[in-house]
Each structure stands twice: as C-alpha cells, then as structure tokens.
Ligand binder design. Structure first.
Ligand SMILES: Nc1nc2c(ncn2[C@@H]2O[C@H](COP(=O)(O)OP(=O)(O)O)[C@@H](O)[C@H]2O)c(=O)[nH]1
Ligand SMILES: [Mg+2]
Length: 341
C-alpha cells in the first residue's frame, strides 16, 4: 500500500479519519506518526478529527502493557529504555516509546537530546520511537499522550513505554496513564539529592538503581538493599503488589531480563486480582472528568469579554476587593449569562 510520503502532494493534506484508521491498523509507521501529530494539535478542527479517530480505534486498544519510566535528568532513563528495548525486540516483542523531550521546552537544544532520540533502537524495525514535546499547554504532559498510547496499541505494539521529563507534576500525570510505573535512581546519592520525594517513591511499582557497573556496582547493590528496607516503611499499595528493587547497567547489560520478568509478574498478579482493569477504569474516569474541565475552560476563555473580566478580577483579588472564590464565581456567572442570551 503506497502511503503518501513527504514528496507526494497528498502529504500536505489531512488524511480522512478512515484513512488514518486503516493505516494504523495496517501498522503503517508513517501514518501512525502523523496520527500522533494530529492528536497533539491544539487546533479545534484537528481536535475534532482526532477525537473521531481515537473513538474509531478504541476497540483495537488495551492489549499492551503500558509502562511509565521516571527519574531525574541524567539518571539514565533514555539509555536504559534503549538497552531494555533492544532486549525486548530480540525476544520478538514490538515496542513503542513515547519519549517526552524536554529539549523542546525552555532548554532549547538540550544536551539530553541525543539520548532521547535512541539512535540504535530507532533503527530497529520492531521498535517505534516518538519524541513528543513536553507541551506548553496548561496540562503539561496532556491528554494527547494518553491518545498517543491508544494509537500505538491499535497499531499492535506489545509494550508502550512513556519516558517522563522528570519534573514536578508530569510524574503524577504519567503515573495516571500507565499500568506499571518504574522509578530510576542512582546508588550512593541521597534521596534528597536526587530530588525524589517520598510521594514519587510511593507511586512506583518498581525501583531501578541504574549505572550498576564498574566501581559503581557495589554502591548500587548497597542502595538496592537500602531501598528494599525503606519500602517496608511505606503503606502497602492498593494493588497488593509489593514493589521490587532491581539494579541495571546499560553498559554491562545488567538487569534487563529481570525487568521484563518483573513486569510480566506484575501483569499476571494484577490481572488475577483485578487491579489491572480497575486501575485502567479509574484512569479513564479521571481522564473523562479532566477533559470536561478542560473543554469547559476552553469554552469560557473563548470569549473576549470573559478574558477582560478575568483580568479585572485578578486586579481586584490583588487589591483585596474580592476573594478568589467569589471572583471565579462572578466569571462563571458572566459566562452563563452570555451563553443563555
Ligand atoms: N556507566 C553507565 N552510564 C550510564 C548508564 N546509563 C546511562 N549512562 C550515562 O548517563 C548519562 C545520562 O543518560 P540518559 O539516558 O540521557 O539519562 P536521562 O536524562 O535519564 O534520559 C549519559 O551520559 C549516559 O551515557 C549505565 O548503565 N552505566
Ligand atoms: Mg532522557
């Protein structure tokens, strides 16, 4: 099937929903990539097509394992994903990686860019790597990452990995769109040094001590046993799954098969006790409600008079004339009056 390339005139044109669906189900990488670009678009006309597309492919989703990988910049996320990814494809697995690329944000041309591209893995025909912008929108790693996961699933990938930027709220957002959340940490550096809050450790289904090679191996093994002890102090997670602590090295190819076994074990454990599905159901519910908020907010901000009112209210809040709750209520009341007139 000759799909349009950059050289053909059709490329500039938008595909129909049906052409997108057929292309994705036929595992056409170019069309998958274009579909992800479509769901990332903020244009209302694109949103409309994107929503139809995601709706159409929905029956073909849900069969992959969704994995989130987080950790501070430099901990070795991209390098680990590349080594782990190659291990998976050598076993015949098909893997999609959605790498949230911080270089497209403030730190333009970031030094991490090279690794994010995962040059070796991207040449592997069983792998699909898609750097996505961290997003300038309010939502940060917004709903389009969720939609991109679904598109990749419909294209038949067995595993979907989402690499986080490793700052602030993006962790919680990614946690809320994957089945298994893996936190990468360095051995020998204090938790505070690594900027890892207890809350993030509590979100993890697995902790990986990276760079366990050369002189670092001893420190990594020590950290492994320290973290195992530390995890005992936490509340048992809702899934009933006791998080595992592993060590890895992308240089000495350590811990890769163990990671795969851990994820498989998690999958059977949570399939048996129903948590895998109940977590996905809860995530969908959150997605649904946050989308209502987002759509409503966009509708409200669509009116010039409302934007002016908001600006005025901000000043009144600053000068202490009105409190934020009442100001918000006044804005929404104006909106309601506007749409009913
Ligand atoms: N020795 C060693 N170095 C590593 C390993 N993994 C990553 N690195 C190095 O650590 C740096 C940061 O890695 P990168 O994957 O870009 O980290 P990210 O920011 O978390 O994605 C790079 O210079 C890597 O070469 C490892 O397993 N062993
Ligand atoms: Mg990276």
């Amino acid at each position: 099937m000759g799909s349009p390339t950059r050289d053909t005139p059709q490329y500039a044109k938008r595909l129909t929903v049906d052409a997108f669906v057929q292309g994705i189900l036929a595992k056409d990488r170019t069309i998958l990539s274009r579909a992800i670009t479509l769901v990332e678009s903020q244009l209302p006309s694109d949103r409309e097509v994107a929503e139809k597309l995601v709706d159409e492919i929905l029956p073909h989703t849900g069969k992959s394992i969704r994995i989130g990988i987080t950790g501070i910049p430099g901990v070795g996320k991209s390098t680990f994903i590349e080594a782990f990814g190659k291990h998976l494809t050598s076993m015949g697995k098909q893997l999609a990686v959605l790498a949230i690329d911080p270089s497209s944000q403030k730190t333009k041309g970031s030094i991490l860019g090279d690794k994010t591209r995962m040059n070796d893995l991207s040449k592997d025909e069983k792998a699909f790597i898609r750097p996505t912008s961290a997003g300038d929108s309010l939502g940060g790693v917004a709903n389009y990452t969720r939609e991109a996961i679904l598109l990749c699933e419909a294209a038949g990938f067995d595993l979907i990995i989402v690499e986080t930027v490793g700052v602030g709220q993006s962790e919680a957002q990614v946690r809320n769109m994957v089945d298994f959340f893996l936190l990468l940490m360095l051995g020998g550096a204090g938790d505070e040094l690594q900027g890892i809050k207890k809350g993030i450790m509590e979100m993890a289904d697995g902790i990986m001590i990276t760079k366990a090679d050369g002189d670092n191996l001893k420190r990594a093994t020590q950290a492994q046993s320290d973290f195992k002890h530390a995890l005992h102090l936490f509340q048992p997670p809702e899934s009933g799954w006791i998080p595992k602590v592993l060590i890895s090295s992308a240089v000495e190819l350590r811990g890769l098969h163990e990671t795969w076994e851990m994820i498989n074990e998690f999958r059977s454990f949570t399939s048996m006790n129903g948590y895998l599905q109940s977590q996905r159901d809860a995530q969908n519910k959150t997605w649904f409600h946050s989308t209502i908020n987002q759509i409503l907010r966009n509708e409200i901000l669509n009116h010039k008079s409302i934007l002016e009112k908001i600006e005025m209210m901000e000043q009144k809040i600053n000068s202490g004339e009105i409190h934020p709750g009442a100001a918000a209520r006044a804005v929404v009341n104006d909106f309601l009056k506007l749409i009913s007139s």
